[in-house]
Design a protein around this ligand. Structure first.
Ligand SMILES: [Zn+2]
Length: 271
């Protein structure tokens, strides 16, 4: 079911990991950001858009993780974009075939994989998504995943945050593709903080939509977690024991701690 969060901006939330697909209405159709995950959910979204008489004219993937790189025939054959880094990373992952990605990421059965990751990279200097609709500013940073892009729809006051500012997931750091995952994450948060004043509503990749009065609190919560991780300090993050993540997020947290410790040992930095 589509839900309006601002004029001309609609959200479709998947049951799977509370993933949020974002639909932006343009002049000749919609921009669709991260369509969702399960086959049935993407079919539902395609049907909703059909009922509204709104074809998808442009697609966009926020970052190169499988749950944000999906597509389906029923959404049509519009161009699909991501940042240049995002597209290159997706291509790399797929170079050994889809089956390899499925296995490495543990992708569940009911996911449409035929069009996984087939996105075109936008040149780094391109600051807007190229399409016929409200301007969508691309805010690229390297937190969470290489080529991760938040997007600001300025005239609607909507920030699409990608996999940050979630009320259900702790910050998940990219421990593979980056030299300094902590600093990259903090830089990403600073970038979002820089536009917080222009935001009426924000949409995380997973979890609840937030209103203007929550944006700084979510940024602070993410930053506090990252600081605690950096300092290997005590973490009392409510997200570790809430919602669907309570069975597995504590394990992810332990892995992040271990991964950072191993990394600083390898790099010979004190830590
Ligand atoms: Zn995600």
């Amino acid at each position: 079911m589509l839900r309006q969060v601002a004029e001309g901006v609609l959200i479709h939330q998947s049951e799977f990991m509370q993933s949020n697909a974002v639909v932006v209405q343009g002049r000749a159709g919609v921009l669709l950001i991260d369509p969702g995950v399960l086959d049935s959910e993407i079919a539902c979204l395609a049907n909703d858009l059909y009922q509204l008489g709104q074809p998808v004219v442009t697609g966009f993937s926020t970052h190169p993780h499988w749950d944000h790189l999906l597509w389906d025939d029923r959404l049509g054959a519009s161009p699909r974009y991501g940042t240049a880094r995002c597209a290159a990373n997706a291509r790399d992952q797929l170079s050994d075939g889809v089956a390899q990605v499925v296995q490495a990421a543990g992708i569940p059965d009911q996911v449409p994989l035929d069009l996984l990751g087939l996105i075109t990279g936008l040149p780094a200097e391109m600051a807007q998504i190229p399409w016929d609709g409200p301007q969508v500013r691309i805010l690229e940073h390297q937190a969470h995943a290489s080529g991760h892009a938040a997007r600001l729809i300025e005239e609607r006051g909507v920030l699409v945050a990608g996999d940050m500012l979630s009320d259900v997931l702790i910050p998940l750091l990219d421990l593979n593709d980056t030299a300094d995952p902590i600093e990259d994450y903090l830089a990403g948060l600073r970038l979002l903080e820089g536009v917080a004043g222009d935001v009426d509503v924000f949409v995380p990749g997973h979890g609840s939509i937030g209103a203007v009065d929550q944006v700084r609190a979510r940024i602070d919560q993410d930053r506090a977690y990252v600081h605690a991780l950096r300092d290997a300090g005590f973490v009392s993050d409510p997200r570790l024991s809430a919602t669907y993540g309570k069975d597995w997020l504590p394990g992810v947290h332990e892995r992040q701690l271990r991964g950072l410790a191993e990394k600083s040992e390898r790099d010979g930095t004190p830590g």
